[in-house]
Design a protein around this ligand. Sequence first.
Ligand code: TRP
Length: 364
Amino acid sequence: MTTATTTTTEAATTATSETTTAETAASTATFTADPATHRVLTGDRPTGLLHLGHYFGTLRNRVRLQNQGVEMFVVIADYQVITDRDIADRLAEHTENLVLDYLAAGLDPDHATIFAHSAVPALNQLLLPFLSLVSVAELNRNPTVKDEIAHSRQSAVNGLMFTYPVHQAADILFCKANLVPVGQDQLPHLEVARTVARRFNERYPHVDGGAVFPAPQALLSDAPLLLGTDGGKMSKSRGNAIPLGATEDETARAIRGAMTDADRRIDYDPVNRPEVSGLLLLAALCQDRAPEEIAEEIGDRGAAALKRTVTDSVNEHLRPLRTRRAELATDRGHLRQVLRDGAERANAIADATLDEVRAVMGAI
Ligand code: TRP
């Protein structure tokens, strides 16, 4: 059967390229990007406020790369919101709040292009040729998509759920980004982007033999997994997160309500005491010290003392960011202007890439 043959070939191709990704994915803390040869693209779904997990996981690293002089694109993936829910709730508000969190954390619109992918038509048009480069079997196998389907709040799984990783390849490839800082869960998507780039280049070479797209490389975040106040993974949708924009009182309340255990002696033991260790890790990241050291200081003064330390550490660490955030929040017009400027730059680049794509396909 034709389908069976195709599937086998595709599986072999995927296996080979997966090995490549594992080899090339660098880790963020030690990575110094060469500004002359790297273009970074990262992004978020506008579904809620960014929290400490985002901050220590990716946001800080984006700012670091930007300050190294690397050209940076940040996509607000608004169409991706409707993969696992029927409507995008309060989309404009969430989008503006993302811009607010980015700017407060130190992204600078003069050096980083911040845009919503729905505002860049040519980017979205890349989806059509890209979809022709992947098999239905490959779309079905994506482990992150499978996991999202398992947690979906929809009664029926929609078509965008299966195809959004290819759309995400368009997010990355429209600007020919070659470095994508992501968390572990995004590696399958990056693999799709690499596959799409490679197959497009093979199928549609330039007349001079050159390639249209680079193979984007993952820059794997090495921030330890931050736990939320319920001991599960900190997540926008689980109500267990501490938003960057929370007030000091809200922060204190959230941490006071966090789960711990009955042992008064505080020590760092992520395997046996995940909740206590998660809180220690949070304080440690904020103070830039080892969690064991902080545990030592608290000794046998129990969970209440631990929580006071964590609250003070978080509030102190975030104070400058929150001050900036509050200032920026008074001017929504400025946030919109940042998005308009970003979209203008992104559109110019996407138009040029789409022209190139149409030309090599012989579509003029
Ligand atoms: N899927 C990413 C997330 O849920 C968001 C995203 C959209 C993204 N497009 C991207 C990340 C391109 C990196 C590159 O967090």
